[in-house]
Design a protein around this ligand. Structure first.
Ligand code: G16
Length: 546
């Protein structure tokens, strides 16, 4: 039986760059999830224009409330007239696997339950986002419409029915809607076999190559076990923290040197394996580490772009490379050498969607541990790990050697991001207002031995649809190629997070082997001085450095 439940609009549901993220208890409060889901169905439609029910994909990263939320979403999909939902067994799907299923089955989109790399649990974060039929995150026009709808919603529809058994693979009925419970790994693993030379990687492992994959008690565990250990022959136990847990075992499932410190210690320890990697809560991010060498995400993108042709899926070469504006310019140098286009987009994976759909870019990356390609419309953590493995299997060199050769050939973009978390929002806003006001007078000014060449507030015009996104971050460009970029995070759930991104280019062959923080010190000092970070926020040192 379908119920129409009266509700009141719930304010504050503005979806961020990656859907709606809130404290789990907020999502669990009466009507909150239901209101947001109804707003989604009201905007995207659970039935097509011909009145026929649509097909959606549903899954999440397994965090606390994932299982309950899945049942609510299924009942509401049925009540709203959807014909079919494809759901991962146990309501699990990594974000890239969900993107793949949306595309593979030519569905009308999907609902992904995740707060990405944010911790999970009753007192931590939950999230939900809608992905479009192309497999990518909904564009701003859609998320804004969902937000507007949620502010006026007066009722939602839900069927009364017992829970669907999501532990059982196969077809079930829910109030006349088909629910297909599928193996969350199988189709994704098949796609990876298409793209990469599994034979070469198998031979690499068979030759004694050792790897550590830290799945951080999040969703990539089952994917990594199946692909790395079962299909590629990595030693059993290669994948650690491989069981997705509702609270991620208390871990902060964000693959960076701070949160994946156990992996870092192992990779820099006496018996380090040849290669290490970690992924995040929903499996779209990756960190890559060699024995005794950390690969920054910006460098990783550049190395992958320079070597992608070694993998069968990219043997024909790349059409173009896209990076988010704050990501280092290392990939641009590779694109220039390859004679292909380089795109600079605002932060957030959704800005790559049009470039990928239009065939302008093949590889994309962000400094925030996100790398991916046109195989799906999300960043993809395991994909990046497998491309690295494919390159290592063909080149038969260490990660350190590949990185050193890359720097020698292209020069090195020293790079770091400093995060200042949980700043009072009013203070952060005041700092940005002052910085923006100062921009017109900055060119030509000398600071900390650097000369400012240009300063602006980044605006992006999408080359495909012409849409313009303003205020995407303040850029200070120095005449020697160094850069400082300031942004406020769009994904935090507490106060404001200031992100300061700094970069400096060393053409080589000298000075390629410095400590990044030391190499960047003048740029960091200049950035603090220009933005008056301490005066506005009271902070002198960042909370997280990557
Ligand atoms: C952060 C990163 C962005 C990333 C976004 C979403 O955004 O800086 O590069 O696109 O998270 O990532 P995910 O899909 O893994 O949650 P922000 O706005 O906090 O800087």
């Amino acid at each position: 039986m379908t119920l129409t439940v009266a509700t009141t609009p719930i304010p504050g549901q503005k979806p961020g760059t990656s859907g709606l993220r809130k404290k789990t208890r907020v999502f669990m409060a009466p009507h909150f999830l239901e209101n947001f889901v109804q707003s989604i169905f009201d905007v995207v439609g659970a039935r097509g224009e011909d009145g026929r029910g649509k097909t959606f994909v549903l899954g999440g990263d397994g965090r606390y409330f994932n299982d309950r939320a899945a049942q609510v979403i299924l009942r509401m999909a049925a009540a709203n007239g959807a014909a079919r939902v494809i759901v991962g067994q146990g309501a699990l799907l990594s974000t890239p696997a969900a993107s793949h299923l949306i595309r593979l089955n030519r569905t009308d989109g999907g609902l992904i339950m995740s707060a990405s790399h944010n911790p999970g649990g009753p007192d931590e974060d939950f999230g939900l986002k809608f992905n479009m039929p192309n497999g990518g995150p909904a564009p701003e026009s859609v998320t804004e419409a969902i937000h507007r709808r949620s502010a006026e919603l007066r009722e939602y529809r839900i069927v009364e029915a017992p829970d669907v058994d999501l532990s059982r693979i196969g077809r079930q009925d829910l109030g006349g809607m088909v629910v297909d419970v599928v193996d969350p790994v199988a189709d994704y693993a098949a796609l990876m076999e298409d793209l990469f030379d599994f034979g070469a990687i198998r031979a690499l492992f068979a030759g004694g190559f050792r790897m550590r994959m830290d799945s951080m008690c999040a969703v990539t565990g089952p994917y990594a076990r199946e692909i790395l250990e079962n299909r590629l022959g990595a030693a059993p136990g290669t994948v650690v923290n491989a069981t997705p847990l509702p609270d991620f075992g208390g871990m902060h499932p964000d693959p960076n040197p701070t949160w994946a410190h156990a992996l870092m210690e192992e990779m820099f320890g006496p018996d380090a394996p040849d290669f290490g990697a970690a992924s995040d809560g929903d499996g779209d991010r990756n960190m890559v580490v060699g024995r005794g060498v950390y690969v920054s995400p910006s460098d990783s993108l550049a190395v992958l772009a320079a070597n992608a042709h070694l993998a069968p899926g990219y043997a024909a070469g790349l059409r173009g490379v896209a990076r988010s504006m704050p990501t280092s310019m290392a990939a641009d140098r590779v694109a220039q050498r390859l004679g292909i286009a380089a795109y600079e987009t605002p932060t957030g994976w959704k800005f790559f969607g049009n470039l990928l759909d239009d065939g302008r870019a093949t590889l994309c990356g962000e400094e925030s541990f996100g790398t991916g390609s046109d195989h799906v419309r999300e960043k993809d953590g395991l994909w990046a790990v497998l491309l690295w493995l494919n390159i290592l299997a063909v080149r038969r060199e260490s990660v350190a050697a590949i990185l050193a050769a890359h720097f020698a050939e292209f020069g090195r973009n020293y790079y770091s991001r400093h995060d200042f978390e949980a700043i009072e929002s009013a203070r952060a806003d005041a700092m940005f207002a002052a910085l923006r006001a100062a921009l017109p007078g900055l060119a030509g000014r000398r600071i900390e031995g650097l000369e400012i060449g240009a300063a602006d507030d980044f605006a992006y015009e999408d080359p495909v649809d012409g849409s313009v996104s303003q205020h995407q971050g303040v850029r200070i460009l120095f005449t020697d190629g160094a850069r400082a970029v300031f942004r406020l995070s769009g994904t935090g759930t507490e106060g404001a997070t200031l992100r300061l991104y700094v970069e400096r280019f060393a053409p080589g062959p000298e000075g390629l082997d410095l400590d990044p923080q030391a190499a960047l010190a003048p740029v960091i000092r200049a950035a603090h001085e220009l933005a008056r970070i301490e005066a506005f926020t009271g902070r002198t040192v960042p909370d997280v450095v990557t």
